[in-house]
Design a binder for this molecule. Structure first.
Ligand SMILES: NC(=O)c1ccc[n+]([C@@H]2O[C@H](COP(=O)([O-])OP(=O)(O)OC[C@H]3O[C@@H](n4cnc5c(N)ncnc54)[C@H](OP(=O)(O)O)[C@@H]3O)[C@@H](O)[C@H]2O)c1
Length: 259
């Protein structure tokens, strides 16, 4: 029997058996909507937010969707207050909102660059800042949704890559700072995923199908991710199944960043 220093007797969080209370941002669309579906399927109680006023069609009876701009700290405070009033202390927070932005360096004005940083980093910081005091005293888990482009650079998306790279470091620093509170923080780094914003980008190209095939050809697995595949990995990081993982960056990218 292993009785050495690695033979721990601690068991994962007792929250494992109870339904998780989960706050999900960016839940009005794409990956965030799939993340809500995945937590819901596990029996979790979800509280959702997005920017558009209409709630996602997938919202179930009894669930709450609170729309607002996470760039406004007052809204973030209200969101966390309403989520805890509805659910009680939070077990899991998934920060899935973000802004994808193209533009060559010399053509992106500073106002747009600042907006990209705000949407992908500062607003996530605000969510973490206000959610931490609202989490269960025994701890919990936070998942930040970065991108493969937080790990590797590409042309014409420099501010997006800078922001998503910064988000990875936000996650690592927060993981260390919050570990004594038993709050785990991990970062999901999806690759190109079939969501409405990506599909809309394809549709703006002269030959959308040729462009899709061209993008898929740059991925070792030769296809885009489905939102459910990304959501499954986020669910793992956001549940007690990953109880000894913190400060990690998990690529969900068909091998893109392995190259
Ligand atoms: N799809 C991909 O290929 C891909 C790849 C790597 C990483 N990601 C990341 O994964 C996340 C989700 O991407 P997605 O493709 O599902 O994008 P999406 O369909 O455009 O969804 C983005 C979500 O973020 C919300 N949002 C954006 N800015 C906000 C703000 N200031 N305040 C509050 N909510 C805000 C949007 O709300 P409204 O729509 O209601 O305005 C929406 O719910 C993003 O962080 C993205 O950067 C996506």
């Amino acid at each position: 029997m292993n009785s050495g220093p690695d033979a721990g007797s601690e068991s994962p969080s007792t929250a494992e058996a109870a339904p998780l209370n989960v706050l999900i941002t960016g839940a009005s669309s794409g990956i965030g909507e799939a993340v809500a579906d995945r937590f819901r399927a596990s029996g979790a109680r979800v509280f959702l937010t997005g920017r558009r006023s209409e709630a996602p069609a997938t919202l179930r009876d009894g669930e709450r969707y609170l729309p607002g701009d996470l760039g406004d700290e007052g809204f973030v405070e209200r969101l966390v207050a309403e989520a805890t009033a509805a659910l009680g202390p939070l077990d899991t927070v998934v920060a899935c909102h973000g802004l994808q932005a193209d533009g060559a360096i010399t053509e992106m004005d500073l106002a747009r660059a600042s907006q990209v940083l705000d949407a992908n980093v500062l607003s996530v910081f605000a969510v973490v800042k206000h959610a931490v005091p609202a989490m269960r005293e025994t701890g919990g888990q936070i998942v930040l949704v970065s991108s493969r482009l937080g790990i590797v650079g590409i042309p014409d998306q420099v501010m997006y890559t800078a922001a998503k790279g910064g988000l990875i470091m936000l996650g690592k620093g927060a993981a260390i700072e919050l570990a004594p509170q038993n709050i785990r923080v991990n970062v999901a780094a999806p690759g190109l995923t079939e969501t409405p914003v990506i599909e809309a980008g394809f549709q703006r190209k002269p030959d959308p199908e040729a462009y899709r095939a061209q993008r898929a050809a740059t991925i070792p697995m030769r296809r885009l991710a489905r939102p459910e595949e990304v959501a499954e990995a986020i669910f793992f990081l956001g549940s007690p199944a990953s109880s000894y993982i913190t400060g990690a960056v998990l690529p969900i990218d068909g091998g893109y960043t392995a190259a």
